[in-house]
Design a protein around this ligand. Structure first.
Ligand code: DAH
Length: 347
């Protein structure tokens, strides 16, 4: 005799339960659900066959079928919840930012070498009674050039190939190519005597190489007082060079041209790489150029309303990054921007 509907259903439930518990993905579970309690399940057929049973057998068989369906539905629900939990955990794990890893490797940082050298220079000049001033990095043509005795079409402008900004009208705007415009701003303030330095970022259209960067740092110095002489300038340069480099390194001045100083000079220091013996870095001269300086040009006084009969002054300017690579024997100035911690950590 054929097994009864009730027996068939019991066997089906008994074999389906372990299959449901073993399903490994939601997609497989959907498939199994359709085959066990859905439209493709044998229950559909079995229910239809109830009509062929004797009327007094129908309720018991019907109830048995419903119980089987209920049991399978519950097993499917439990397995679905488990699979969803596992899937969510997997996704969270993929997304996880492992902050613990960062924290365990954490070591205290420190200021960048260029910042440290700038601060050292500030301390040296503060010690000599200077104030530390700042000016904007976006300047007008007037401050960056014209007031510094470089009118339009002046040849010295092309040496400092600048980044011009396409803003406003009238005077043109640019990223300052030197810190010298801060001289003008300080003189315009009209508070004399003036002893100030102005460190900061400057910009030039230069291609980066081992000694140039398109963004670098300069420090400007300006002194205006009664009776200031070229000798004071020379003494000031000697003082700060010894303070930064030590007594073995000396400074010398050589005639040069800058539009905003007259007379003008370049100042050079003993090459720190060969201690003045002569090497490749200093082209066998024993000296390295550090910056420019000179006595403030009468045209600058005129542009800023300072009485040249009463006052005289000197100014100087040099690259902070340059000074840092010289003092530490760094071969390539680009290392300052590469953010390789193995390099940065050394200083
Ligand atoms: N501004 C000049 C430059 O960027 C450097 C300089 C030269 C500054 C002579 C001065 C100076 O104050 O007197 O090349």
């Amino acid at each position: 005799m054929e097994p009864s509907v009730i027996e068939q259903a019991r066997t089906f439930v008994a074999t389906s339960l372990p299959a449901i518990a073993a399903v490994a993905s939601i997609a497989e579970l959907d498939e199994l659900e359709a085959r066990s309690i859905g439209r493709r399940a044998p229950f559909v057929e079995w229910k239809r066959s109830l009509a062929t049973l004797a009327p007094d057998e129908r309720p018991r068989a019907g109830q048995a079928l419903n119980e089987g369906i209920g049991e399978l539905a519950e097993a499917l629900r439990v397995r679905r919840a488990e699979l969803e939990r596992t899937e969510r955990a997997r996704l969270l794990d993929l997304d996880r930012l492992d902050l613990g890893e960062v924290i365990t490797r954490w070591t205290p940082g420190h200021l960048h070498l260029v910042t440290k050298v700038r601060e050292e220079l500030e301390m040296v000049f503060l010690g000599m009674g200077y104030e530390v001033a700042e000016g904007p990095e976006i300047e007008t043509d007037w401050y960056n050039f014209s007031a510094l005795n470089m009118p339009k079409h002046h040849s010295a402008r092309s040496i400092q190939d600048s980044f011009y900004l396409n803003v406003g009208d009238g005077d043109s705007w640019l990223l300052r190519s030197q810190t010298s415009p801060v001289q003008i701003r300080l003189l315009e303030r009209g508070v004399l005597p003036l002893y100030a330095i102005a460190p900061g970022r400057v910009y030039r259209r230069d291609t980066a190489d081992s000694r140039h960067l398109p963004v670098f740092h300069q420090i400007e110095g300006i002194v205006v007082d009664k009776g200031v002489s070229f000798g004071d300038l020379k003494g000031t340069i000697n003082t700060f060079v010894h303070a930064i480099f030590g007594d073995e390194i000396s400074a010398r001045l050589r005639p040069a041209y800058f539009p905003f100083t007259e007379p003008s000079a370049e100042f050079e220091i003993t090459c720190a790489i060969c201690a003045g013996e002569g090497c490749r870095t200093c082209s066998q001269t024993g000296w390295i150029e550090l910056g420019g300086c000179g006595m403030v040009h009468p045209a600058v006084f005129e542009a800023t309303g300072v009485d040249p009969e009463l006052y005289s002054g000197f100014a100087f300017g040099f690259g902070i990054d340059r000074l840092a690579i010289m003092r530490h024997g760094i071969e390539d100035i680009r290392s300052f921007l590469e953010n390789d911690v193995r390099f940065l950590r050394q200083f």
